[in-house]
Design a protein around this ligand. Structure first.
Ligand code: SF4
Length: 519
């Protein structure tokens, strides 16, 4: 058992529904208890889909458990074949139905349906949503394209065509990323053969081997399918995700290499590079940023922070355990400790310890940052309805870089605001306890409900001789430091004092520490 208030991912059958809902002509029959239809709301409400996802739930009830639940499942399959007449049927079980061991794949086989059936094994107690989506996509690709009879040998024209793999329903900005990547590929002279699973039919999946190579946009969803296509048909994959300027250039170089074209990475036109170099962005330099999300977006964000915006990464983490190794490598490269966890309380503790000035994360980190009164931008699923915007807002490609610049800089205190805060510290409007208006219209009066970002100074207990205290005058002096760097100043001073056995911390200690770290 694990106590969980928030989960970053749903169970694996939600991933299966995402793939089914992404495609045309596919229907999922899910052996699931009454109530599991809540999943429909993710699509109709959060993604604002106009139609129900193509899923039929068996919705068995407690009283059915004394009868034949297998028969309920078989009836559902027959109904689906007759009523929806799909080109392909997926069958699987949700968590509760997994315990019944009715074996949806075996049962569907006995029905001798005229529709091809792809059975799914979704181990709900070991795996999560993204795994479920990638497993479903992999099974579908295998089932549909293994009978490929076409030509997959070397051919210059074929070499200039690719498949775009990984975008799904409920994917963070997938809708617009696909448009942006299509535009990028068209500019390079590369033709798109199939985009899958988003918008594809089973017949489209059967055509996958006809492309020269694959573009893996979201490895969390498409990596296993791309590996199988490489093993079976020798298709190479572009595994760089074009999020951020540097990554876009690497993406273009990788596409050109696969397509046999001259590298045109330098042609990319975006505004992030100039905007981040323009003088108004000076104040961004060295801002401490904590990054957390799925592996793809977290890795991309880390690179943009360090190499394109001049931020200083102070934490990097993911809930994508399958990609822990990649995150560790990037964290090592930028000299921060990697955080591999799907426990939001661990993430919150890591944010508090890292004392960032900006948090880039998921919807959960947005909540945490709000409580800690830290600026935050959302970079990855899970997300709420506001991150399925009506406007065009990709993360990938040139326009994605522009969107990222605006989104990440927007929550920060503007340079002028920072300046005013220092100059008019006693001002009724620009004082330390007022946060930017978009974070809170009125500064909360009762700070006891929120967890402090700074290390709290506490009175030493008799049996805790090593706890550092601050004299009142030192505390007052510390408060003169602007709040967005005060946490760092406090931490540095306490480390300085602890190393030298200085307790309590006085104004002199504060200034000695400042001189020490300023050298
Ligand atoms: S079957 Fe799984 S998803 Fe459905 S209610 Fe039970 S635990 Fe939740």
């Amino acid at each position: 058992m694990e106590l969980a208030t928030w989960t970053y991912e749903g169970p694996p059958h939600i991933g299966a529904i995402r793939v089914a809902a992404s495609m045309e002509g596919v229907h999922l029959v899910l052996h699931a208890p009454q109530g599991d239809t809540y999943a429909d709301l993710l699509f109709t409400m959060i993604e604002r889909r106009k139609t129900r996802p193509p899923v039929t739930y068996t919705t068995f009830q407690a009283r059915d458990l004394s009868g034949d639940t297998a028969e309920i499942f078989k009836d559902a399959c027959r109904d689906v074949a007759e009523r929806f007449d799909p080109q392909l049927m997926l069958v699987g079980a949700s968590c509760t139905a997994e315990l019944l061991q009715d074996d949806p794949g075996g049962l569907a086989k006995t029905l001798d349906l005229s529709v091809p059936v792809v059975p799914l094994e979704l181990p709900s107690y070991q795996k999560k949503e993204n795994w479920g989506a990638s497993e479903t996509f992999y099974r579908l690709v295998r089932a549909c394209s293994s009978g490929w009879q076409g030509d997959s040998g070397p051919d210059a024209e074929r070499q200039k065509t690719c498949n775009i793999l990984g975008p799904t329903s409920l994917g963070f900005r997938n809708r617009d990323d696909v448009e942006e990547v299509k535009r990028l590929l068209a500019d390079l002279g590369v033709r798109v053969n199939v985009i899958a699973p988003l918008g594809a039919t089973p017949a489209d999946l059967a055509r996958l081997p006809g492309a020269g190579f694959n573009v893996v946009l979201y490895p969390e969803i498409a990596a296993p399918a791309a590996r199988w296509l490489k093993k079976t048909f020798g298709q190479e994959s572009v595994t760089v995700q074009p999020i951020g300027v540097g990554a876009c250039r690497d993406f273009i170089a990788a596409v050109c290499a696969c397509a046999g074209l001259p590298d045109r990475a330098k042609c990319m036109q975006e505004r992030l590079s100039w905007y981040s170099r323009s003088i108004d962005s000076n104040y961004l330099t060295g801002k401490r940023v904590f990054v957390y999300g799925d592996a793809t977006h977290a890795i991309a964000a880390a690179r943009i922070c360090e190499e394109e915006l001049g931020f200083k990464l102070c934490g990097l983490g993911t809930y994508s355990r399958e990609f822990a190794r990649d995150i560790r490598a990037v964290a090592e490269h930028y000299d921060v400790a990697p955080l591999i966890t799907d426990n939001h309380l661990d993430v919150e503790d890591a944010i508090i310890a890292a004392q960032p000035e900006l948090v880039l994360g998921t919807q959960m980190e947005r909540h945490v940052a709000k409580r800690l009164r830290l600026p935050c931008a959302v970079i990855s699923s899970p997300v709420h309805v506001q991150d399925f915007p009506a406007r065009y807002s990709p993360q990938m490609g040139a326009e994605g870089a522009n969107v990222i610049f605006d989104t990440w800089v927007h929550p920060l205190m503007m340079g002028l605001e920072e300046h005013l805060l220092q100059m008019f510290r006693g001002d009724f409007e620009f004082h330390d306890d007022v946060s930017a208006s978009h974070l809170a219209a009125v500064a909360p009066q009762d700070h006891s409900a929120s967890r402090p970002v700074e290390l709290a100074s506490v009175e030493p207990e008799a049996d805790e001789p090593d706890v550092l205290t601050w004299t009142d005058s030192a505390e007052r002096e510390l408060k003169k430091i602007p709040f967005f760097v005060r946490g760092k100043a406090r931490r540095n001073t306490e480390n300085f004092a602890a190393e030298r056995g200085l307790n309590p911390i006085t104004i002199e200690t504060l200034y000695d520490a400042k001189a020490h770290f300023g050298r």
